[in-house]
Design a protein around this ligand. Structure first.
Ligand SMILES: C[S@@+](CC[C@H](N)C(=O)[O-])C[C@H]1O[C@@H](n2cnc3c(N)ncnc32)[C@H](O)[C@@H]1O
Length: 250
């Protein structure tokens, strides 16, 4: 394993201990709430009507998986390189008696068979950990069956620029939209190197893997608000998330 990826994995093993400490709260949220945002559900609902088999890349605590099953998915296979996260997610799925299982593996290169997924779901802090998006997109295309879909709901690539000032939104002078990477200086990935790419580069990686773009949307709402932070950059003026839906050819 590349030394940088190994450092990231160690950071994620540590950060994922939170999912173990908060096991019961997360179980409660998975049982009674939906981790999927309304704007995600609006795009996913037509796909979930046909009870797809889902592969969730970088599945983390797995709350999205419970929500996907509750919204119609037949089953979910989560893949994540954190054994702490995957084990806690598997334990929760067992307690909830939902058809979700978890594979511990580095991505891209999911140890799953070609064409096994009707839907590949990912995001919410996933793409920034993948150094080569072209390889990632080819792996997604490999996992999809013909006419299967990729759905990404992710932090907008401009987000590293926004300060967390509460009085007004500001652009951080130490960050650039066209930079290749930056070092995260907040929880949970403090100290880890995050990869950056523009929205155009993300779309082009998906297209280069042979997928067809079906929908691209940007939203003001961040997918995550750390406790105690009320950034002016989240009040509606700036993009904080995007959704991308793509389809493999028949
Ligand atoms: C911010 S979390 C997002 C996870 C999930 N979408 C969620 O909402 O819980 C990022 C996840 O990516 C995983 N991860 C990071 N780099 C990875 C890689 N190269 N291969 C597999 N998993 C990775 C981490 O272990 C972590 O669980």
């Amino acid at each position: 394993m590349d030394p940088e990826i190994r450092r990231n994995r160690t950071a994620w093993e540590d950060a994922s201990e939170k999912h173990v400490r908060e096991y019961h709260q997360l179980l409660d949220r998975a049982r009674h709430g939906s981790a999927l945002f309304p704007q995600e559900l609006a795009l996913l609902r037509p796909l979930l009507r046909s009870s797809p088999t889902v592969v969730h890349l970088q599945s983390g605590h797995g709350l999205d998986d419970a929500a996907l099953v509750h919204a119609g998915a037949r089953s979910v296979v989560g893949v994540d390189f954190s054994s702490v996260a995957a084990t806690a997610a598997g334990r929760r799925a067992g307690a909830l008696r939902i058809p979700c299982r978890y594979v511990i593996a580095e991505l891209p290169g999911a140890p799953l068979r070609d064409g096994c997924a009707d839907l590949v779901y990912t995001g919410k802090g996933a793409l920034i950990w993948i150094p080569d998006l072209a390889v990632w997109a080819r792996d997604v295309a490999r996992l999809l069956r013909p006419a299967g879909h990729l759905f990404v709901y992710e932090s907008h690539p401009a987000v590293p620029l926004w300060s967390w000032d509460s009085d007004e939104p500001r652009i951080r002078p130490d960050r650039g939209y066209f930079a290749r990477s930056h070092v995260n200086d907040t929880f949970p990935a403090n100290g880890a190197r995050e990869w950056q790419r523009t929205l155009g580069e993300i779309v082009n990686a998906v297209l280069a893997a042979g997928l067809e773009l079906r929908h691209l949307a940007e939203f003001a709402e961040p997918f995550w608000r750390p406790d105690g932070v009320t950034a002016a950059a989240w009040q509606g003026q700036l993009p904080n998330t995007f959704a991308l839906l793509a389809r493999k050819g028949c």
